[in-house]
Design a protein around this ligand. Structure first.
Ligand code: PMP
Length: 426
């Protein structure tokens, strides 16, 4: 019995399913989750002493790689002054200023402690601003687990077969309209019928919770156009894409403006931070400057702000993004070449430092239906063949992968040589 197996049994006695977030449990891929002990740069080590090249990177936040010494230093230095005050601190303004400078259309921002809180608060604000109740989301997109958004959701909800969770009141679910990602025609029809009732569209501008599915040309532009035409707000959920697909996020990458933007992951550098922000007249409706209530005991936590600030500062190093993006391309192209060599139907997607791969006959994957038709058992075997060889991928086929600035060409070559052995056993 490994120590991970032991720990998982113990955890299961006191924590539902032995984990504090469902996908961690390896339910999709089978087997026992690996319990981690430590991480540095591109690598993690489990409690049994095995090293992994990590392409999960805490599900996205660790764009600099794990335990970057300067981030750790910033956290330790700040922690010495106290962990939380429940009162304003200067670091909150400094990080807010940085976000407003970097992210288009972000004139004001409010910090929260998770992506879930960010999207939940953003849709409340959109409903208040427009005086409308209905919202549109896309099947397979995940925006955290607040009631209105846990309808036909992606990520763990999809993996575990509960995309629309029990416990969400039907009266609330009725106000969430779920459409097909990348289907501009369908959303046009929906707006033609009931555009005046739509408070907002919330979208992952690159879907990263049904594997990795970029927007087809014109899709995001159509959302912008319809929102303008019908007075609805466009919310880009950039919890995953923010500072990852482009230093200015997906808005800048695709040249499409959002009214509200949600952030998380990278902006906290591995600490619990989320944020929602946007145009001033909308954000001024948030309490206490306006009537839309939103709050948090640990919001804007000083230690978390310090981690986020140092992370964003380090991301400003010249050529950092270019290097990470090139490595992402190198990995996806390398995997494709290997799959082709072995005659395995396979295709990949990537945007910036986010990537996905699919065991599929399709040449290009652009929608949820195609994702669902992929050969999942084959993914699961591939996952375990790589895990055995020291490469840690997301333990479910509906998740994007993440490259960090700490991954080197040598790491990618090592990954590819292990992938060759894995493909050979499929
Ligand atoms: N939005 C998106 C796009 C996400 O990927 C996630 C989490 N993966 C969330 C929201 C929710 O964030 P959190 O898990 O921090 O609540």
């Amino acid at each position: 019995m490994t120590r991970s197996e032991d720990l998982f049994i113990e955890a299961g006695k006191v924590i539902p399913g032995g984990v504090n977030s469902p996908v961690r449990a390896f339910k999709a891929v089978g087997g026992t989750p690996i319990f981690f002990e430590k991480a540095l740069g591109a690598y993690t080590w489990d409690v049994d002493g095995n090293r992994y090249i990590d392409y999960v990177q805490s599900w996205g936040p660790m764009i600099l790689g794990h335990a970057h010494p300067e981030v750790i230093e910033a956290v330790i230095a700040k922690a010495r002054y106290g962990l939380s005050f429940g009162a304003p601190t200067e670091g909150e303004t400094t990080l807010a200023e940085k976000l407003c400078k970097r992210i288009p259309n972000m004139e004001m921002v409010r910090f929260v402690s998770s992506g879930t809180e960010a999207t939940m608060s953003a849709i409340r604000l959109a409903r208040a601003f427009t005086g409308r109740d209905n919202i549109i989301k896309f099947e397979g997109c995940y925006h955290g687990h607040s009631d209105s958004l846990l309808i036909k959701a992606g990520s763990g909800a999809l993996t575990l077969g509960v995309p629309s969770s029990p416990g969400v009141p039907a009266v609330l679910a009725d106000h969430t309209i779920t459409l097909n990602y990348n289907d501009a025609e369908q959303i046009r029809e929906c707006f033609a019928k009931q555009g005046e009732t739509i408070a907002c569209i919330i979208v992952e501008p690159v879907a990263g919770n049904m594997n990795c599915v970029p927007p087809v040309p014109g899709f995001l532009e159509t959302l912008r156009e319809l929102c303008d035409q019908y007075g609805s707000l466009l919310i880009f959920d950039e919890v995953m894409t923010g500072f990852r697909v482009h230093p200015g996020g997906a808005q800048q990458h695709y040249g499409v403006d959002a009214d509200l933007i949600t952030l998380g992951k990278v902006i906290g550098g591995g600490m619990p931070v989320g944020a929602f922000g946007g145009r001033r007249p909308i954000m001024e409706m948030v309490a206490p400057s306006g009537p839309v209530y939103q709050a948090g005991t640990l919001s804007g936590n000083p230690v978390a702000m310090a981690a986020g600030l140092k992370t964003l500062e380090l991301l400003e190093q010249p050529d950092l993004y270019a290097r990470v993006f090139a490595h992402t391309t190198q990995l996806t192209q390398g995997l494709q070449t290997l799959a082709d060599e072995f005659g395995i139907p396979f295709t990949t997607n990537h945007v910036g430092s986010m990537f996905g791969f699919f065991f599929s006959e399709e040449k290009s994957i652009t929608n949820f239906k195609q994702v669902m038709a992929c050969d999942i058992p084959r993914f699961n075997r591939f996952f375990h063949e790589l895990l055995k060889r020291g490469v840690y991928l997301a333990p479910a086929s509906y998740e994007a992968g993440f490259m960090s600035a700490a991954h080197t060409e040598a790491d990618i070559n090592e990954t590819l040589s292990k992938a060759r052995e894995a493909f050979a056993r499929l």
